[in-house]
Design a binder for this molecule. Structure first.
Ligand code: ATP
Ligand code: MG
Length: 515
């Protein structure tokens, strides 16, 4: 087939080859190569590579990547981001002259990825428009606006007593198995009626626990507005180490485009432990509780990135719900005190309350929200004002009156009210309440509607109130939801509806649905 062209074609081909050859650089080339000295526990110690900078990516000839974590005179301590299989002494290493970057963009929504943005859900590779470094500076003070809008969590005890604002960082802290993850998942699920984008970062969690979270959100929430960044306990320590920062970068994409995002980091105690492990293996000097000295900086820098941006920058927000685990309720251990001082408040979960079935097991004495209270909608703020004091007084009174009967009428009524408050604040999982439902229940409480009811009816009321209000008072529901305010007449009407519902539930136990 080529014969007819061969005359001029052969000439052209020769010329082209010559051109090509002249462009090839055949002079000597120097390449900086490092070599692995030893490798263990997710760390490789590399000699050579004098030009590598801190946090630079390293490429191992066996295909893995690593991250320069410490630079010493005699070598580099590199954290491996992949399975170390195949890496051994003398494996060749090159510096890549760039830092770790992750893909960002709306293409990540609905996906389960590892901290480098590689899919874990069996789906196709994620092709986003761009990448961003995982370490980015936090917005300066001048670039921030006041925290003004609420994050509606749907959990009554949080919304009424420890309200969260968009741009706030609120710590969830508690012992093992006290419902920390469940609380955060409820908050994420409740965003199915809002515009919030949720990023769930799992660090060092069991795979089953992570699967449960993803399943719960897929089943009940808005998974198409969620990103799951997963570094399970089985992932290389390097991946667990970068996971929170990677999640932040993915969430910041939306914050910087004027949208609202929420990041849950589950949990930072595991992250701190991984940091300590890697730092000690890299022979960094141990400090308090053997954590290296920069652990405070690491977490402070990470959480500073949550912010409500000024209107000139689009007015987007990134709220953070970091989770940490305490040991026997010890809030004064190193990592909890650090994080309590970094964040704008904490929700403390107590194992005794949890065991007594008061769930979510929020300790109202130790919990606090330092900025969110101002973001509460007026309708809710109005009715939740006295709640905290009433409840705190009740808890104290209850302790004193545990052993003896009490005859004082005033005290008795306080105890009655307190028991109703507790029954209201006890809320099962996946049963979040809208703001208007919360308002209705709290108005009814303060009007004394609940005082005559047996305590078990209160739980039923909470479960039914949403449907009942939609059926009977759709006008008030939509006006309160839209304006965030409520008139006195509407308040009374809501209290009346709660009373009606209560008498219906009370008169026909177990048949409420068929009325
Ligand atoms: P871990 O320390 O293992 O991470 P955790 O503190 O995250 O635990 P969860 O896994 O969220 O705790 O919850 C522990 C158990 O408590 C789960 O079985 C969950 O279903 C139950 N639970 C959590 N919150 C509630 C609630 N509000 N009502 C009823 N059960 C709950
Ligand atoms: Mg958990």
């Amino acid at each position: 087939m080529q014969a007819p062209e061969s005359g001029s074609g052969a000439k052209g081909w020769l010329q082209r080859s010559k051109d090509l050859l002249s462009r090839i650089d055949l002079s000597g080339q120097a390449d900086t190569l490092g070599r692995v000295v030893h490798v263990a526990d997710g760390i490789a110690f590399v000699s050579g590579l004098p030009d590598v900078r801190l946090n630079e990516l390293l490429h191992f000839e066996t295909g893995q990547t690593g991250l320069a974590m410490t630079l010493d005179a005699d070598g580099i301590g590199a954290v491996l981001l992949d399975d170390p299989k195949g890496i051994e002494a003398d494996t060749r290493v090159t510096g890549m002259a760039e830092v770790v970057r992750v893909p960002v963009g709306p293409e990540l929504l609905g996906r389960v990825v590892d901290p480098l943005g590689r899919p874990l859900d069996g789906g196709e590779a994620i092709a986003t428009g761009g990448t961003e470094p995982i370490e980015r500076p936090a917005p300066a003070i001048i670039d921030r606006a006041l925290v003004e809008d609420p994050v509606e969590t749907g959990v009554l005890v949080v919304d009424a007593l420890f309200a969260l604002g968009r741009g706030q960082r609120e710590l969830i802290v508690g012992d093992r198995a006290t419902g920390k993850t469940s609380l955060a998942v409820d908050v994420m699920i409740n965003q199915n009626h809002s515009d919030m984008i949720c990023v769930y970062v799992a660090v060092g969690q069991r795979t089953t626990a992570i699967e449960r979270v993803i399943e719960a959100v897929r089943e009940r929430g808005a998974p198409e507005r969620c990103i799951f960044v997963v570094a399970s306990a089985a992932s290389p320590p390097g991946l667990q180490w970068i996971a929170p920062a990677a999640g932040m970068t993915m969430a910041e994409y939306f914050r910087d485009r004027g949208q609202n995002a929420l990041i849950v980091i589950d949990d930072l105690s595991k992250h701190a432990a991984t940091h300590r492990q890697l730092a000690l293996l890299n022979r960094e000097p141990p400090g308090r509780e053997a954590y290296p000295g920069d652990i405070f900086y690491l977490h402070a820098h990470l959480l500073e990135r949550a912010a409500h941006l000024a209107p000139e920058l689009g007015g987007g927000s990134l709220s953070a719900l970091p989770i940490i685990e305490t040991d026997a309720g010890n809030l004064s251990a190193y990592i909890p005190t650090n994080l309590i001082s970094i964040t704008d408040g904490q929700i403390v979960l107590d194992s005794r309350l949890f065991a007594a079935n008061h769930r979510p097991a929020v300790d109202v004495g130790l919990s606090v929200s330092r900025v969110g209270g101002k973001t509460q909608k007026p309708a809710l703020r109005h009715v939740s004002g006295k709640l905290r004091l009433d409840y705190a007084q009740f808890l104290e009174l209850e302790m004193f009156t545990r052993f003896g009967g009490i005859s004082d009428k005033r005290l008795k009524s306080r105890l009655v009210r307190g028991e109703r408050i507790r029954a209201l604040l006890t809320q099962p999982r996946f049963a979040t309440l809208r703001m208007v439902d919360q308002v209705a229940l709290l108005v009814a409480l303060s009007e004394g509607v609940l005082d005559d009811l047996p305590v078990p009816i209160v739980a039923k009321l909470r479960a039914e109130v949403s449907r009942h209000l939609d059926a009977t008072r759709p006008g008030i529901v939509s006006s309160v939801t839209e304006s965030g305010e409520i008139s006195d007449d509407d308040s009374r009407a809501l209290a009346e509806e709660v009373r009606n519902l209560a008498s219906r539930l009370g008169s026909s136990p177990g048949e409420s649905e068929h009325d």
